[in-house]
Write a protein of this length. Structure first.
Length: 201
């Protein structure tokens, strides 16, 4: 089969979405992440399916990728990476509570919640951020489609305005990489260090 036209079409649509992104939203989000880093707050990340993979990837990029050579680390926690806990909450209480209940136990008003939902309407994500909003924690929402309920609740949004889950997830993943690279360079410079990657050979 010849997939070349479909490949070209996918990336053309993706480029249009990237061109429409608001750099001010990214800038606001990065400065919020920097503020929570400086305050030594915990940043909780939540999401389902592919968004849960993005959440876990963010933990790796921030807790190791950015933090390894700094005088103090980021403290980023993904609520999707402990499968026994997720399954216990889901089985014993309900899947809608798998993010809400850990946040109810641990979240402080000074902390941040990063909520990733392609539709913006994932029930367990909305329940969690509704609680976070109630206690005063800052919420960064990463959404696709029309943004859904999450876009209305979040304080800051990275909104991929596209009715395509895969392209929305691509945008969310690149946000993680943009944030990782720019914050790493800024924090290394702040400490008078040169930001050079060490690649295994």
């Amino acid at each position: 089969m010849d997939f070349r036209n479909g490949i070209h079409d996918y990336y053309e649509r993706e480029k249009q979405v990237f061109d429409a992104l608001d750099p001010n939203e990214f800038n606001t989000a990065l400065n919020a992440l920097l503020r929570h880093y400086d305050n030594e707050d915990t940043i909780y990340v939540i999401g389902n399916g592919g968004s849960s993979a993005t959440a876990n990837h963010m933990v790796c990029d921030f807790n190791k990728g950015i933090s390894l050579s700094l005088s103090k680390p980021f403290h980023v926690v993904s609520l999707t990476d402990n499968i026994p806990s997720v399954m216990a909450y889901g089985n014993d209480v309900g899947f809608e509570d798998v993010f809400y209940l850990p946040l109810k136990q641990w979240l402080k008003p000074s902390d941040m919640v990063i909520a990733i939902s392609g539709s913006g309407n994932s029930h367990n994500v909305i329940k969690a951020v509704t609680y976070a909003k109630k206690i005063g924690a800052e919420i960064l929402g990463l959404e696709g489609y029309d943004g859904g309920k999450l876009k209305a609740i979040a304080d800051i949004n990275i909104h991929a305005k596209v009715n395509d889950m895969q392209i929305a997830e691509d945008v969310h993943m690149t946000f993680v990489h943009v944030a990782m690279q720019l914050l790493w360079k800024a924090l290394m410079a702040r400490e008078g260090k040169e930001a050079i990657y060490s690649i295994n050979h």
